[in-house]
Write a protein that binds this ligand. Sequence first.
Ligand SMILES: Cc1ncc(COP(=O)(O)O)c(C=O)c1O
Length: 395
Amino acid sequence: MKESPLAVHGGEPVRTKPWPSWPQWDETERAGLLAVLERGEWGGYDKAVAEFETAFAARHGARFCVTTVNGTTTLETALRALDIGPGDEVIVPPYTFVATAAAVRTVGATPVFADVDLDTWNLSVTAVQAAVSARTKAIIPVHFGGLPVDFDSLLPLAQRHNLAVIEDAAHAHGSSWNGRPVGALGAAGSFSFQASKNLTAGEGGALLTNDAKLAERMWSIANCGRSQDGHGYEHPNLGANLRLSGWQAAVLSAGLNRLDGQLERRMSNARRLRGFLEEVDGLTPQRWDPRASAHSHHLFLMRYDADAFGGLPREAFISALRAENIPVSPLYPYPLYLQPPLVEPFSRVTPCPNSEQLCQQTISISQNVLLAESHEMDDILHAILKIRENIASLR
Ligand SMILES: Cc1ncc(COP(=O)(O)O)c(C=O)c1O
């Protein structure tokens, strides 16, 4: 069969059908929203919030869940609840969304950047060890793209140095390590329900923990500094109104019922994509540690080696793939310690060559693509092979 020219040169794209859209919703969201509407008490702590918190904690094997307005304030709330502030250091990766490190600065502490591993995109435990100082109070590992960090190595290190682990699980709804769901494996775990996330209400966030005292403090900080059993105008803590609304909680509860089916489908499609990529020199998928018993695949990550594509720059490869209707992204352009609010001396930076390399080489596919039918993954492989065959035309 004679292949058409590359779509970037006006040829027929490999993919003509749209990919699954996101968010997905049905009558259960509609019914949940109507129930909140008709209860007629739109503010405060709607019962839909309590229902969602209970279900979300149960799904992740955690004792407590505290919801907030987003996955940035969750991180800030956890840090404040652990009394982390000026003079303290918190170890974070530089290859992540800005909130992971910005939250540390917002509470007055200093983010300390430690490198990630090239093959997992996750914090390197060796780099964390090298970054620990007498001022370190906590580590915020990000389960990047949904792949849990190596808890078997990270938790003993944290215990040795008496450091709190706050999991940034913004990408990792439903992920698990050795069969144990992420979120409450450290002191606390932070989730985001922002529009792109695997569980979403447009915005929203949640903290999980097994520590009753910490849960109480986090709840207070997110509820104007009140105590759960106290008077509404008594404020034992410094807090703010960070409450999730009943509308959001209703939508999240409906989505949570779909989470496991979607998780299975993403994992199965990710396995198929990985199988393909074994045949493709120059595109290396994120290493899926077998101990990561569930991997949410918020992002399907690959490392692009331009040399294996005849020197074609990553940006040109991405443009060619997008023209074939394969939605890919280069993600972050540079490490967070180059963002003005996070440069030294607002942070402390240890050498991070892997993060810099990943900023140059990452190609990512978002989770909604992995919700297509299994055979539709073949379009991704076909587009890659088509570009490879026509590489000379791109020079
Ligand atoms: C790793 C990570 N942490 C934190 C956040 C912040 O979440 P939110 O946008 O809900 O504030 C995000 C959101 O994109 C994220 O990707």
